[in-house]
Design a protein around this ligand. Structure first.
Ligand code: ZN
Length: 540
């Protein structure tokens, strides 16, 4: 969840004074952006996290037992932890081990060295007052709130910030733990909800209770979720490709609203399984958890804070968008936040497909057309890698991204192939890490069409290609259009498939050389292009 339009006006003000490239370079935690050898030499297998949450003090303390495997031999490894938090101690093989802290980096030295393919456990104890979110989920951190009845209500959103803002871990998108155990110790009148399934619930002492959750699938760090509140649990089952347990944790006074409103989860899962294949985390269940902020795609524990509201299209944006991320973002994960368009473009496109499934393609295009108005096209969608890139200042990876995909579908003009691509992408990259280049290669191979220049233009250039159209009325009453493509790339050619009202399709390829076509004057070429392609039209 990183839709930025709500805080956009304030950002626009900000951007007008700050060079955006320097804003990007000043990513908050740049020191943990690079995948240096001390990080790439090992692979995290498992996190076993225990964290005590004290809402009154706004304080957390706990431990993380990290199981990891050496991919290369090394005597040093790097973990990451916010410099504003305390790393109280660390243990290796049951004994204390020293570490060095430098900014947000924590370095461990193993004098004997760690052999390639060997597995290890490091136990870290931490505590502190974690950063409070200024504007969750965008400007993230912990959210400490009271519910309407005065009970503490705590949430965490740290996609942009990184999980190392509160948890010592390897904070790089390229490495997901294969699973995690998360125990939340919370005041005993509240419930702690995290990812995966609830394994155990027990009383710790007269003031605290422990909730032990287990995730059995790969999980990205920022998805690891902390929710504490006066929750009730609603359970349901979805009978889709597999039988899937549904579980909703909502504030006790919202139970009736939630029971009714969350029925749309069934239609959402049906649509997404139809287009993308099976729900990717069936063994971890599907959960919605009511949060004191708008929403976030926490894997198998989606943060829901949209107050049970549907949009003008009759659906709850947070349920549909954040659940779309289970396929794009959580199952298929980008290796660096610079490639985050993979998460947001496909997920935003899933909203339009939800409309197409529930109503029809015309309605989906109406929905897309609303989003088209929000495209800024001032900065490329692809960001710089290795700098913990999260200084994004527009929403183009959402709206321009969804239009890039819609344009690909129009260029292909073969829906069965297009939908086979979306499904196959989800099966080839199921629970995997990908980058932009692999994604481009995937589409090249699967569609047998070379999309290199297309992606180069739409992802790496900020501007949208332009169609220069000159029209003249012919003696027979038809209109002649001379169409020329103006783009950043001289060699870019785009096939346009113009579907006439009688169903006939005229295929042309636009390039920097003008092409002339003749169409019936009753056909609105401009409206057709607007509805199907992301191209600016310059009428001459
Ligand atoms: Zn999103």
């Amino acid at each position: 969840m990183r839709t930025l339009n709500h805080c956009f006006s304030f950002l626009l003000f900000f951007i007008s004074f700050v060079n955006v490239q320097s804003l990007h370079a000043k990513a908050k935690r740049k020191d943990i952006g690079k995948l240096v050898f001390e990080r790439s030499c090992f692979d995290v297998i498992h996190y076993d996290i225990e964290v005590k949450i004290k809402p009154i003090e706004r304080f957390i303390s706990g431990s993380n037992a990290i199981e990891f495997k050496m991919l290369e031999a090394s005597s040093k490894i790097q973990l990451d932890y916010s410099k504003s938090m305390n790393l109280d101690s660390a243990e290796y093989l049951g004994k204390p081990i020293a570490f060095k802290r430098k900014g947000n980096i924590v370095l461990f030295d193993f004098p004997g060295g760690l052999l390639k393919n060997s597995s290890h456990n490091l136990l870290l104890y931490f505590s502190g007052k974690p950063l409070e979110a200024k504007l969750a989920p965008w400007d993230g951190g912990f959210v400490w709130r009271k519910d309407n009845n005065g009970y503490d209500w705590v949430g965490l959103a740290c996609e942009g910030l990184g999980a190392s803002a509160w948890l010592p871990c390897k904070d790089h998108w390229s490495d997901e733990a294969e699973g995690a155990d998360i125990t939340l110790i919370v005041p005993n009148d509240l419930t702690g909800v995290s990812n995966g399934k609830l394994i155990d619930e027990k009383i710790v002492d007269s003031a605290f209770k422990a909730f032990h959750w287990r995730v059995v699938n790969p999980i990205n760090n920022y998805s690891i979720s902390i929710n504490v509140g006066r929750y009730v649990n609603i359970v349901d089952t979805f009978s889709g490709i597999n039988k899937l347990p549904l579980s909703y944790y909502v504030l006790d006074y919202n139970q009736a609203s939630a029971e009714k409103h969350f029925l749309q989860v069934h239609g959402m899962l049906e649509a997404f399984e139809y287009y993308f294949g099976q729900y990717p985390f069936k063994d971890d269940s599907y959960k919605l958890v009511e949060t004191p902020y708008w929403g976030m795609e926490h894997q198998s524990c989606i943060a829901y804070g949209n107050n049970y509201n549907n949009n003008n299209y009759g659906f709850d944006f947070i349920i549909i968008h954040e659940s779309g991320h289970e396929w794009f973002g959580n199952s298929i994960t980008a290796s660096d936040a610079a490639d985050m368009w993979i998460h947001e473009s496909f997920t935003t496109y899933s909203e339009a497909l939800y409309m197409e499934y529930q109503v029809d393609k015309t309605r989906a295009i109406e929905y897309l057309s609303e989003q088209k108005k929000k495209i800024v096209s001032k900065y490329p969608m692809q960001g710089p890698r290795g700098v913990f890139y999260h200084g994004r200042t527009d929403s183009d990876i959402y709206y321009k991204g969804t239009w890039m995909l819609h344009t690909m579908r129009s260029i292909l003009n073969n829906d069965s192939l297009w939908f086979a691509c979306l499904k196959e992408m989800n099966s080839i990259y199921f629970h995997k890490i990908v980058n932009t280049e692999e994604t481009v290669q995937f589409f090249n191979k699967k569609t047998r069409y070379n999309w290199d220049l297309f992606f180069k233009q739409y992802l790496y250039k900020k501007s949208i290609p332009e169609l220069e159209i000159k029209q003249s009325i012919l003696n027979n009453g038809n209109i002649s259009y001379s169409i020329r493509l103006e783009s950043d790339l001289k060699d870019l050619k785009l096939p346009l498939n113009i579907k006439l009202t009688n169903g006939e399709v005229i295929g042309i390829v636009v390039s920097d050389k003008p092409i002339v076509i003749e169409l019936d004057s009753r056909f609105d070429l401009y409206a057709f292009i607007e509805a199907n392609y992301l191209l600016r039209i310059e009428r001459e």
